[in-house]
Ligand binder design. Sequence first.
Ligand code: UD1
Length: 415
Amino acid sequence: MDKLVIEGPTKLAGQINVSRAKNAYLPILAGVLLNPHPVHLKNLPDLRDINTIIKLLGNLGVKITKSGNITTFDASNITSYDALYDLVKTMRASILVLGPLLARFKSARVSLPGGCAIGTRPIDIHLENFKKLGALINLEGGYVEAHTDGLKGANLKLSFPSVGATENLMMGAVLAEGVTVIENVALEPEIDDLAYFLKKMGAKIEGIGTSTLTITGVKELKECEYEAIGDRIEGLTYIMAGLITGSNITVAGLNPKHIDQTLTLLKDMGAEFELGEDKVTIKSNKLKAIDVETSPFPGFPTDAQAQLMALTTQVEGKSKISEKIFENRFMHVPELQRLGARITLKGNEALVEGPSKLKGAPIMCTDLRASAALVLAALASHGKTEIHRVYHLDRGYEKLEDKLNALGANIQRVK
Ligand code: UD1
């Protein structure tokens, strides 16, 4: 198993480019199942999660070819409607094939994703609303078995603005007969991106960017080419890498509007930024403590919570970070404590006392974003930090060590 060895503390300088967003491409890749014509996707990031869903598509019969930075998906001849446990267990987003399979083939069998390190993560909102669209759903042997005579438009109201449920239902509704209205949808930029992709294939969707989507079903989609948005979470991770190392770097390849609220939060802590059309430059990095809680977009994202916690260990004063989306998303805390961070946990609240002088130690990744937090902490730690189980990091950060080393970090991957 690979590990990262990081020598710190480090100063960074220059510009770092983010990849296309993993969480935008995962639903888009599921969405290719809706289309009997080829779909060409540009600049897919080379990530474990992306490769997992591509493998799943291949198992279902999708033909995949690559030419330069374009990957083409041909779902004209689907041979199976089964998303098997072995792949779904490694990546929960596999549940997103349910809507497309059901809508186009009237049948789907998808392994129940089960819990994961950060929480139980049920899919009740997905399933109860597919039933309202006319699906018959049975849970058999650890699988969701879904059938329909043809999905029919309906009025849906999500009990919580779940990102995955919004994506799954939107994709189901695209080929459903009639009009589907979905209220209380998630507002994350990746939802808009999926909607624009579906529209480019010929779907009829109104209300993009608002909390109510209206989808008028169409009979068939058409060939298209698409490139997803830049990865806002990767971008925030690198902005925090700049801040934690006291370095005024530029992070490029993302839309600053997608991270507006978090930039405001970092400004409240004392940071200053210069914004370009597709980049953010840190202008000042003198920070003070903050009290923040995670919430659905446009609030502070749970996917940046661990990284912010690493940052607050280096900031003067007592910070309070509350996790409101997932029940078990503080697994980075004991690892940060091993480096010397002073953090107290009280239920879903973490109290961080800063600044602490961090010292390198062997530590372990527990989930994707926790891993990113450990890298940030290691950049600010004195001496050598060994980060184990980096396969978690490889799920969502493309060439992380190459990108940070190009700015002056000292990170080695040991195979
Ligand atoms: C997506 C992101 C993930 C991010 C999360 C929250 C992808 C591939 N993953 O995950 O990185 O952390 O959004 O921004 O885009 N819930 C239910 N029932 C459901 C669905 C969700 O109770 O049917 C709960 C979950 O357990 C969780 C909360 O709702 O507590 C948010 O989940 P959701 O928005 O669905 O997140 P994901 O789509 O799984």
